[in-house]
Structure formats: C-alpha cells, structure tokens
Design a protein around this ligand. Structure first.
Ligand code: NAD
Length: 482
C-alpha cells in the first residue's frame, strides 16, 4: 500500500506525518485554525508527484486480477474488519476531521457513517448481478457486470471521511483496485484510515491512498491511460476539467457528483416551525459548506414576514467558537480562500439585495449566519454556489412562479418543498429539476435505498448504498450457442 511506501505515520501524541525525503512540496494544513483551535499548529503532508501516481497505478494494476478473482465473500471479510476498526477509531477520526476542516466536532457522525458503508458493502457485493435470456433460438444469452480494473477516486474536503468510504467501499466490493486522492485541504482522515487498511491486511496494491493538489496529482489520475473509471466529487469547474481529461486520454468512464444551488419553497399552508428548522439546518450545517445546502429560499408572500422572523431568530442563535468544543455549533470556514470567496459574495448581496442578518466575517475565518432579502434573480448570489452560511430569501405569489424561480439555475442537485397539500407536493416533485426533491425536509436523510446525484451541472452519477455499486461495474454480454 502506498502509505507505508511513503513512510507516513500518525503518532499518538498528535499528528506528525513523516514522509520520505523527496518532498516536492509541503502543504500547510490548518494554519487558519490556529485562531480557532489554539492547541494545534501546522501540519505538513507530502504531495504525491506524477511518479508516485504512476507507482500507485502500477501497484493497483498488478493487484487487480487476484482481488477480482477472490470473490465477493472473501473481499467482504476485509471490508467488515475495516468497518470495525473505523468504529473503534471514531474519536481520533473526529479529531482529525475537525482539525482539517473546522467543522464542529459536535456535528461529527461520519465515523459511524463510514463504518456503515464498509459493513454494508461487505455483503453488498452480491447485488452486482446481470440478466439471462433464452430469447434467441439455440442460445443462452447472459449480460453480466464486471469490475473495471483500476479505478480512481477523487474526493473533496467538506465531508472527507464519508466521501472516502462512500466511494472506496463499493469500488472494492465490486472487485476493482483503487487509487484514491484526498483533498489537499483535508488529507488526514484518509491517511488515518489508510493505516487501518494496512492493519486489516488488505493485499498489497489493492488500495492506494495518495495526498496532493488537483494539479499535478489529480490531473495525472484524470488523464492516466491505465485507469478505466474515475469517480469524482467536487466542484463543477473541476468536474469539467476531469471530464475533458478523461475524454482526451482514454475515454474512461466518469461519475460526477458536483456543486449545487438548492432551492427550498415554502407554501402558505406549510408548517412554519418545521420549515424553519429544516431550512436553517440545511444552510447552517458545516457552516453552509454542503453541496445540497438550501442557499435559495422562496417563501409565499402571505407568510414571508412570519417565516423570515422565525428563520432569522433560529439562524442567529448558533454558538460560534472553537470547533473542538462540544458546545460549539458553528465553526470557521475551511480556509482563507473559502473565507475570502464568501466575503466577495457578501459584497454582491449588499449590492443586489438587502442584508437582513449577519453579513460580517471575522478573523479566524468565521462567517456569521447571513440572510439577504429581495436579491435580484440574476445576481451572482442567486446563481453561483457560495458554500457558506449565506442564504437569499425571496418571495413568490403563485405555484408557477415558485417553480420557475427554483428551476432558474444551472444546478440541479436538491430541491425542497414545504406544504401540507399532497397534490401540490407531488406536482412540485415532478416539476422541479433536481436529482432529489425533499417534501417537508431539506438535507439528505441518510436513507440507504435512495439515489443521490445531480441534474444539469450538478453531475451525472448516482451514489447511495443501493446505487453506488453500479458506478464501479462494466456491463458485458456473453452469447452462448447451444
Ligand atoms: P474541488 O473541485 O476544488 O476539489 C475536489 C477534488 O478535486 C480535490 O481532491 C482536488 O484536489 C481535486 N482536483 C482539483 N483540480 C483537479 C484536476 N484538475 N484534476 C483532478 N482533480 C482535481 O472541490 P472542493 O472545494 O474540494 O469541494 C467543494 C465542492 O464539492 C463544492 O462545489 C460542493 O458542492 C461539491 N460537493 C459535491 C457533493 C455531491 O455529492 N454532489 C458532495 C460534496 C461536495
């Protein structure tokens, strides 16, 4: 496995990652958290260069035939053991994730979610099935699913451990070998689980975890000729680069889970308490750094005043502070880049609408919960992903107007509708251009039997327990003359 080859180790006293001498570039992680988390200082992780990528792909290629031929049950034994070790490491993982991302530790449920992924796919590999037919005279025709071979997984920083597990578990269960690149902003839980993978005793080369920036590390994976499939979660802009690199190299399969600008529609008959609680959580969780965050709210004009009053009160009531303090509910943004990006959108909101709450950003990369009202629909604040605790609330008077405004976006990841009228909910669920529509709920529910993914520029893949396996399988027909 790559990690040991690179000589990384995580020490019990904190985080100290030792890399081999040929350090191309050291990545400062979390300098920004020094303001918020005084106990910790800079962490350095070596970037994998193109030779490291080459080595990882070679190792994965060599390991593929025997991993594929091991069969579902034996692969499941490794996945089940890994699930158990992840559960046992929950506290360490929570700590590392908070350190990298600034997400309040009180919001960390990702250890158990990751463990669930590996436990599910320990048996879930059996759902990789095809079909058979006797429809052609003198033939038995089979359509089977088989692994691609070497697959690349590229993940973002906002939920690094969940993304890691959500892609790695099905890719391995399907019989592929893997090169996974974590985000340059949050590599530590990936490295920690890499140590657990080593402890489980996966065969060498089956899992290769590398750290690095988009360029050159990620780009080298995207254009690699020996990689047959790439599963990517991240921004739409990066997704476009990866898709182009895939097309211009070997036409590898690409699965994209991308950005969003999700609307929530509140009708006049909605239970306002539920609507406020759900939409506040939807935009505040992880300081708004959630792909499905409801960053646009459309509320019926007859209940707008009441809704906004309740929403502002709940949104303002968060407790900002040290993300390692269990009482904190609102942490800093992930880094200076993201903080500055959000400040730019705050200025746009002040120009194109009316500031109604928050709006200020502090040193330490904290952004207060912010509400804008009456922002023009063509404003960049309404059209682009802010990825912060910033919401625009506009009104509507008819159902048609609400649908038009909600669908007026390049994105289509998630949409929510709040109403007690079932007919209205069903009409909206059909009309909204989004991969998921929540009725009286905003954020993804962690249901294991629904697909998650985007319409339009929010992506082209589907993930979720039942739906992930297919992303990592190729379809083949076998015609047998009898
Ligand atoms: P990002 O696009 O900046 O980076 C994502 C990953 O891609 C990182 O590992 C990065 O190093 C890598 N990368 C960057 N350039 C690359 C290139 N040219 N070739 C290959 N890899 C490259 O995204 P981010 O800032 O890490 O994450 C936030 C974004 O992710 C938001 O847009 C958010 O909506 C999206 N996201 C989507 C989902 C979903 O399920 N749809 C889930 C989480 C996050």
């Amino acid at each position: 496995m790559n990690l040991s080859r690179l000589g990384c180790s995580l020490t019990a006293s904190g985080i100290s990652i030792h890399q081999r001498g040929r350090c191309a570039r050291c990545v400062p992680i979390s300098t920004k958290h020094q303001a918020a988390v005084n106990t910790y200082s800079v962490i350095e992780v070596q970037e994998a260069d193109t030779q490291d990528v080459e080595d990882a792909v070679t190792a994965a290629s060599r390991a593929f035939p025997s991993w594929r031929d091991l069969g579902t049950d034996k692969r499941g034994i490794y996945l089940r053991k890994l699930s158990q070790l992840i559960l046992e490491s929950n506290n360490e993982l929570a700590h590392l994730e908070t350190l990298c991302t600034g997400r309040p530790i009180s919001q960390f449920i990702d250890g158990s979610l990751a463990a669930e992924s590996f436990a599910y796919f320990a048996g879930g590999g059996w759902t990789a099935q095809g079909t058979a037919s006797l429809n052609t005279p003198d033939h038995l025709n089979l359509t089977v699913k088989q692994p691609y071979g070497v697959v690349a997984l590229i993940i973002p920083w906002n939920f690094p451990l969940v993304m890691f597990a959500g892609k790695l578990a099905p890719a391995l269960a399907a019989g592929n070998t893997v090169v996974l690149k974590s985000s340059e902003k949050a590599p530590l839980t990936s490295l920690y689980v890499a140590k657990l993978i080593e402890k489980v005793g996966f065969p060498p080369g089956v899992v290769n975890i590398i750290s690095g920036f988009g360029n050159p590390t990620g780009a080298a994976l995207a254009s690699h000729m020996a990689i047959r499939c790439i599963s990517f979660t991240g921004s739409t802009a990066t997704g476009q680069k990866i898709q182009a690199a895939a097309a211009n190299s070997n036409m590898k399969h690409v699965h994209m889970e991308l950005g969003g600008k999700s609307p929530a529609i509140i009708f006049e008959d909605a239970d306002l308490e539920t609507a406020v609680a759900q939409t506040q959580f939807g935009i505040q969780f992880n300081s708004g750094q959630v792909c499905a965050a409801n960053s646009r709210i459309y509320v019926h004009e007859s209940v707008a005043e009441e809704f906004i009053k309740l929403f502002r009160a709940k949104f303002a009531a968060v407790r900002m502070g040290d993300p390692l303090d269990p009482a904190t509910s609102h942490g800093p943004q992930v880094d200076l880049l993201q903080y500055n990006r959000i400040k730019e959108y705050l200025a746009i909101g002040e120009k194109d609408g009316t500031l109604s709450l928050g709006g200020d950003a502090n040193d330490g990369f904290f952004v207060r919960p912010t509400v804008f009202e009456g922002v023009s629909e063509d404003s960049r604040l309404m059209r682009e992903e802010v990825f912060g605790p910033v919401v625009a609330i506009n009104t509507f008077s008819t159902e048609t107007e609400a649908i038009e405004k909600a669908n007026n976006s390049d994105f289509g990841l998630y949409a929510a509708v709040f109403t007690k009228d079932l007919d209205c909910a069903v009409r909206l669920a059909k009309a909204l251009n989004a991969g998921t529509v929540g009725v009286n709920c905003t954020s993804p529910t962690n249901a294991k039997d629904t697909a998650f993914g985007g319409f339009k520029m929010s992506g082209n893949g589907r993930e979720g327990f039942l739906y992930s396996l297919d992303s990592f399988l190729e379809t083949k027909s076998i015609l047998i003359k009898t």
